[in-house]
Design a protein around this ligand. Sequence first.
Ligand SMILES: C[S@@+](CC[C@H](N)C(=O)[O-])C[C@H]1O[C@@H](n2cnc3c(N)ncnc32)[C@H](O)[C@@H]1O
Length: 244
Amino acid sequence: MPDLQSPDLPSPDQEGPPHRRVRSFALRRGHVTPAQRRAYETLFPRVAIAFEDRILDLEQAFGRRAPCVLEIGFGMGETTAAIAAARPDIDFIAIEVFVAGIGALARRIEEMELSNVRVIQHDATEVVRRMLAPATLAGVHVFFPDPWPKKRHHKRRLIAQPFAGELAERINRGGYLHCATDWQPYAEQMVEVLSAEPRLENLHPGFAPAPVNPLAERPVTRFHARGKSLGHGTWDLIFRRAGA
Ligand SMILES: C[S@@+](CC[C@H](N)C(=O)[O-])C[C@H]1O[C@@H](n2cnc3c(N)ncnc32)[C@H](O)[C@@H]1O
């Protein structure tokens, strides 16, 4: 079965010209284990928020008023679950498109009895644009986004304009954006794009000493470990929403 089967994702027809979408994720088929499939079917609905074309009421979604952190592209969700467990005072919205990863995170949420994580299966750029009001996020995590190394694919990189500006607009004054990558040219693009964004200021000259995060240490993610095994470096960046 395909590892990507969100009914919320735009159909190929919706992608055609003149509103052709550029996606930051690959439409790939991947292996889903029976346990991930079961968790996707039985546990994910308990923590799912459906994509809707209207602003999300965060207080209603979590049943309390607390600072909210957004994670885009959580992969298998190991970092999401670890940080959410370390910070029960913070609410987390975690976005991913792939069934295997969503199943894996749903299982961690159940096993670790986390009540502060909600999961959205949809293109995060659409979620940010349509569901999140300006100045509502205490933080944003983008850990090891797809690097799209080929020049013709650079337009698919997530940390680029106009999305970087849209993301910055959703962060509270004093809130932060933490990105990490193992791909140096993308790291350099991130510094350039985020430094040019007037709503953000870099907390460190250039890159942050890894793996510092304003909430909790950033655990090594699956893609971080993969980058290390390939001999890649790691670059963390932490920007704050200006005007605190
Ligand atoms: C290279 S993986 C990194 C996963 C994880 N953060 C890690 O470090 O192991 C990037 C992930 O981001 C997800 N992703 C990319 N663009 C996305 C988007 N627009 N909306 C939701 N997820 C996205 C992909 O599906 C993929 O699982």
